[in-house]
Ligand binder design. Structure first.
Ligand SMILES: NC(=O)c1ccc[n+]([C@@H]2O[C@H](COP(=O)([O-])OP(=O)(O)OC[C@H]3O[C@@H](n4cnc5c(N)ncnc54)[C@H](O)[C@@H]3O)[C@@H](O)[C@H]2O)c1
Length: 276
């Protein structure tokens, strides 16, 4: 590694499974202490355990990032446990798809709550600690870089039928990213987004497969991708295959590392060249 994250503390939301777990593990492998959050306590603890078993530093706090009071608790717990918050990855998310005429208000708002409101509240919750510390560091003549990575999707950049809510949330978080890059540049925080194409997780399993539904906050939600779309990916995607969570996490790692210290307000698409 041409860098180390030894002195850094990271917060990763939705890190109990899939891409978030791979991000948390990768950050820990590079030396960061990682606060693992997930809605589901079991998977969050499992991620924490895998990091510790590999010799890394981690803690877990299960909780719902769409609960108005929870983001501040999560940020405070991270600072309390590790003494800092240097890297924030807003990754928690899920799909709740349907064509617009079958999408009710609750469904649309749930997509905005998880993909847009939660990242907003988490960054607002962290702003006090970040501004206070950055001002002190700048006064001391030190440049300490911090990192925010918001997770978006090619559904957000390109649109995708059946995903009015999801794509609106994922497009909205790009606006948040670009604005925060401008607000926080003076505090030496880079704020970028990574948009994924099709990455192999439970959200992109064949729609007809077993377990093609997830439970989120007591709601059973169908997830997955039509088998014909998965077939289409093989020809439409220049690399001819979906990506792995590890490959997805590598793109995020770039924005969490000193390699991206002079890159801010950008959206990096990690999709094997696939666009909708
Ligand atoms: N898999 C893909 O192809 C793909 C493509 C584009 C974008 N994304 C985005 O990547 C991110 C990760 O998705 P994934 O594919 O790894 O899915 P995943 O279901 O494997 O993991 C997402 C995790 O987020 C957690 N989560 C959901 N709601 C939460 C809440 N309210 N509070 C805290 N945690 C919550 C879930 O419990 C789950 O463990 C999401 O933002 C998703 O929209 C995924």
């Amino acid at each position: 590694m041409p860098f180390t994250l030894d002195s850094k503390t990271a917060l990763v939301t939705g890190a109990g499974r899939g891409i978030g777990r791979a991000i948390a593990q990768k950050l820990a492998k590079c030396g960061a202490a990682v606060m693992v959050n997930d809605l589901d306590a079991g998977p969050a603890s499992e991620t924490e355990a895998t990091i510790r078993q590999a010799g890394g530093r981690a803690a877990a706090l299960a909780g719902d990032v769409t609960d108005a009071a929870f983001p501040q608790r999560l940020v405070d717990a991270t600072v309390e446990r590790f003494g800092a918050i240097d890297i924030i990855v807003n990754n928690a998310g899920y799909t709740w798809d349907n064509v617009i005429q079958k999408t009710n208000d609750e469904q649309f708002q749930a997509m905005l709550a998880i993909h847009l409101m939660a990242p907003f509240r988490i960054l607002r919750a962290a702003s006090g600690w970040i501004r206070e510390n950055a001002k002190r560091e700048v006064a001391e003549g030190r440049r300490v870089m911090r990192k925010v990575v918001n997770i978006t999707s090619i559904a957000g950049t390109d649109g995708n039928p059946g995903q009015a809510g999801y794509s609106s949330g994922k497009a909205g978080v790009i606006g948040l990213t670009k604005t925060m890059a401008k607000e926080w540049g003076r505090y030496n925080v880079t704020v970028n987004a990574v948009g994924f194409g099709i990455i192999e997780t439970r959200l992109t399993q064949p729609l007809t497969g077993p377990g093609a539904s997830i439970e989120v906050l007591g709601r059973k939600i169908a997830v997955g991708v039509q088998p014909n779309v998965l077939e289409w990916v093989k020809t439409a995607c220049p690399l001819g295959r979906p990506g792995t969570p590890e490959e997805a996490a590598n793109a995020v790692l770039f924005f969490c590392s000193p390699l991206s210290d002079y890159v801010t307000g950008e959206v990096l698409i990690c999709g094997g060249g696939l666009r909708f």
